[in-house]
Design a protein around this ligand. Structure first.
Ligand code: DON
Length: 570
């Protein structure tokens, strides 16, 4: 079982080894509107709304619902996410529909009697499930900004679930690989296996999800109540009872998405908007960009040793500061200080261009707290210039592996994003090696677990420039950072920028990781001379999907080639 579990981490974070990465790539171009998501069918569902006269928010909701059907590894009804919306008039809104800890959750619920973190409980099975936020979130987004009737935007998802779609080879293999875990839960066994592990899914099999279609119809007819009340809620509660889960009707009734103030920053004349806590994404991105802005990256060169040294040093400092972050409804997060020029200058004082600063000598900064105080991403731009960046997740690939029997959808394992034992890194999942956590992210009933998801929008002189985001657990922030510098500093088009191989450092463990074959030998030697401990990953990770608005006013879509992502526009 351990092996099965760790191979599921590999899929969540390293993705496919046979994916080809091209040095030169052309983005998809379109004059009016574009959707880039993890699946062509989902991008097309969004585009269908735009062709019907809907706006970017209609397209986003249709894409998200379709992903719940055609991308069950991460697309979801039983998870959560963050949606960043920039209207054509320049207003930016951040919607948090992150999961919450159930009311019955406790700080030590994943520790054994000796105080050690249990390897599985927060990852597989009913106890791993946080109160889902996705349905409440997308209904709220649509209600506030959508133009088409909700029944229209949910229709493509209903049809895809009811009529089915042919499995690609990639998807058939993915489902087969996780069959031993699906077999543990009756709903998942029914929906995601052929009954036993010896009968395999084949490319071209029609994947029909009748129970999911019924759940979607209840949501179509009753909005959020179609999920949080009535039959769907009853099925969720019955599933919780079956496996000893904690979620109650009170949890479902009390779940509310939250509109939050987006994080704002600037980088070389561009304005950047991203997600505030409970995501670490926006703060991390702005910190990373601020650290590297004084340097001429263009001259230093793409993935030169000097550039990577700079990036690695910036990343370790940012991830040390991540310890200060948590759900702002429960802990004071000194956002303004963490982003202030003076604070960042002080954090950078120990930087040397010649040698590494060992992570052990770096702790999180000491901002003045007295100051007032397998995921998927899609990007959408409509013909009026409204833009949406959303990252949504079940956390690990297929979340907790528990599908709600009778309702047809998987539940998240987002509880694993809490610090299970503050001061000790979580085992696995949130990154290749678990992230270090702190008190600020300890489990408290109704608290949201800290995230790295970073849906991000950039503008130049107030005009839309880029919409970007990616899955990849703890690597999300460094991935988005590299895509942005690939475009702004290294002159790549958006397809090249999302395709380029990436590096990652997260403070602890103290190693600079890079995607398979990413770095030249001379660069590796030069980094090792500076004192870097390097680790080549066995594979590739992430799935960055972005849209760039060209100087010619056209839209350019970059879909990450590592999986099955697709840009569709017109
Ligand atoms: O919220 C987070 O940061 C994580 N739960 C995201 C997980 C993820 O990206 C896994 N996908 N590869």
């Amino acid at each position: 079982m351990r092996n099965a579990f760790f191979s599921f981490l590999l899929v969540a974070l390293f993705v496919q080894s046979r994916a080809e990465l091209y040095a030169q790539m052309r983005p998809v171009s379109a004059r009016k509107a574009m959707v880039v998501s993890a699946q062509k069918l989902a991008s097309e569902a969004g585009i269908a709304m735009l062709r019907k006269g809907g706006n970017a928010i209609d397209a986003a909701v249709a894409t998200e619902l379709a992903l719940a059907v055609v991308h069950p590894v991460a697309g979801n009804l039983g998870g959560g996410g963050f949606m960043l919306i920039r209207l054509a008039n320049g207003e930016v809104y951040a919607l948090d529909y992150r999961e919450k800890a159930p009311l019955k959750a406790t700080r030590t619920m994943y520790l054994d009697s000796a105080g050690n973190i249990s390897a599985e409980k927060s990852k597989i099975g009913h106890l791993a499930v946080g109160v889902p936020g996705t349905v409440a979130g997308i209904v709220a987004a649509h209600k506030r900004f959508g133009r088409l009737p909700f029944r229209d935007v949910i229709q493509p998802a209903i049809e895809l679930a009811e009529k089915g779609y042919p499995l690609t080879r990639y998807k058939a293999e993915l489902l087969n690989r996780f069959a031993p875990l699906f077999m543990r839960f009756p709903g998942s066994r029914k929906y995601f296996t052929k009954g036993d592990t010896s009968r395999k899914w084949q490319e071209g099999d029609l994947f029909v999800q009748k129970d999911l279609a019924q759940t979607l119809k209840r949501i179509r007819d009753k909005g959020r109540d179609g999920f949080y009340k009535g039959k769907t809620a009853e099925l969720i509660l019955a599933e919780m009872q079956r496996g000893g889960g904690l979620i109650t009707q009170e949890d479902l009734d009390r779940y509310e998405p939250k509109w939050r103030e987006p994080i704002k920053g600037t980088y070389r004349g561009y304005e950047l908007y991203s997600m505030p806590p409970p995501s670490a994404g926006g703060i991390g991105l702005v910190q990373l960009l601020s650290f590297v802005e004084p340097y001429n990256l263009t001259e230093m060169g793409f993935q030169s040793s000097a550039t990577l040294h700079l990036f690695g040093e910036a990343m370790r400092r940012v991830y040390a500061d991540r310890l200060l972050l948590g759900d702002p409804d429960f802990v004071k997060v000194p956002i303004q200080t963490l982003l202030s020029r003076n604070y960042l200058k002080e954090r950078w004082r120990t930087f040397s261009p010649d040698t590494v600063t060992p992570s052990i000598t770096i702790s999180s900064g000491k901002p003045l707290v007295s100051e007032s105080m397998e995921t998927t991403h899609y990007s959408v731009v409509d013909a009026e210039g409204n833009a949406v960046a959303t990252t949504t997740t079940l956390n690990g690939a297929f979340g907790s592996f528990v599908a709600v029997d009778g309702a047809g959808f998987l539940l998240n394992n987002e509880m694993d994003d809490f610090s299970l034992k503050p001061g000790t890194p979580n085992p696995g999942l949130q990154g290749y090696v678990g992230l270090m956590g702190s008190e600020a992210n300890a489990i408290v009933p109704e608290k949201r677990m800290l995230s790295s998801m970073s849906p991000t929008i950039l503008t130049k002189n107030g005009k839309l420039f880029m919409v970007i985001g990616t899955p990849g657990g703890s690597t999300i922030i460094t991935q988005v950072f590299q895509v942005i510098t690939n475009v702004i500093d290294f002159g790549m088009n958006i397809q090249e920028a999302v395709s380029a191989k990436r590096v990652h450092h997260q403070w602890m463990p103290d190693e600079l990781r890079y995607e398979k074959d990413a770095l030249r030998k001379d660069v590796i030697w030069a980094l090792e001379r500076r004192g870097w401990k390097l680790r080549e990953l066995p594979n590739y990770y992430g799935a960055a999907d972005g849209i760039l608005v060209g100087d010619d006013g056209w839209l350019y879509g970059g879909a990450d080639p590592r999986n099955e992502d697709a840009a569709v526009g017109f």
